[in-house]
Ligand binder design. Structure first.
Ligand code: GTP
Ligand code: MG
Length: 179
């Protein structure tokens, strides 16, 4: 029969790196220049179809928790990443501090998940705002090296132009379909 899987995905990262914009681009294929900062978290769903290693079509339904990056919501994060199958940790290529913050999220995910069932969580590091190349502060190769050492997926994207966004979800779906 038709193959189908449901997976919990959490987005983490400093405020205003563009987590909500990336999700909005993925689901609606649109971008908003003036977006309100997320309060608490937002829940969204979207399905993608991928082929597994046997060439069978698999539908992956993402249950997405788009968390709020503002410091005052930090203590809520465990509620959203607990039992998550995958995480997208976002930074802004024009803001160095946001990569440091992203690395903190990666270690927190690793620490929490080493205790429970979800040891092989798929984690993607995503550098957003690639359209702002002239304002770049984070070297792409340096970020890539970090993800290689840590065993993470790595992407640079622009929620504004849409470049690379689809790729992130397709790759994650593909690795979930094969697990
Ligand atoms: P919190 O909800 O506070 O955690 O922020 P967030 O990470 O969800 O960021 P959000 O999506 O609200 O985007 C913050 C700002 O960055 C908004 O003004 C967006 O329009 C802008 N932005 C998001 N993605 C991009 C992008 O790819 N390029 C450019 N130039 N601006 C972007
Ligand atoms: Mg948001």
């Amino acid at each position: 029969g038709a193959k189908y899987g449901q997976f919990k995905l959490v987005l983490l990262g400093e405020s205003s790196v563009g987590k909500s914009s990336v999700v909005y681009r993925f689901i609606k294929e649109q971008f908003e220049e003036f977006r309100e900062s997320t309060i608490g978290a937002a829940f969204l769903t979207q399905s993608v179809k991928v082929n597994n290693e046997k060439g069978e079509e698999v539908t992956i339904k993402f249950e997405i928790w788009d968390t709020a990056g503002q410091e005052r919501y930090k203590s809520l994060a465990p509620m959203y990443y607990r039992n998550a199958h995958c995480a997208i940790v976002v930074y802004d290529i024009t803001r160095e501090s946001s990569l440091a913050k992203a690395k903190n999220w990666v270690s927190e995910l690793r620490k929490q998940n080493s205790n429970n069932a979800n040891k092989n969580m798929v984690i993607a590091l995503v550098g957003n705002k690639s359209d702002l190349e002239s304002e770049r502060k984070v070297d792409k190769l340096q970020a890539f090296e970090y993800t290689r050492e840590e065993g993470l997926l790595f992407f640079e994207v622009s929620a504004k132009t849409g470049e690379g966004v689809r790729d992130v979800f397709d790759h994650i779906a593909k690795s979930l379909a094969e697990s």
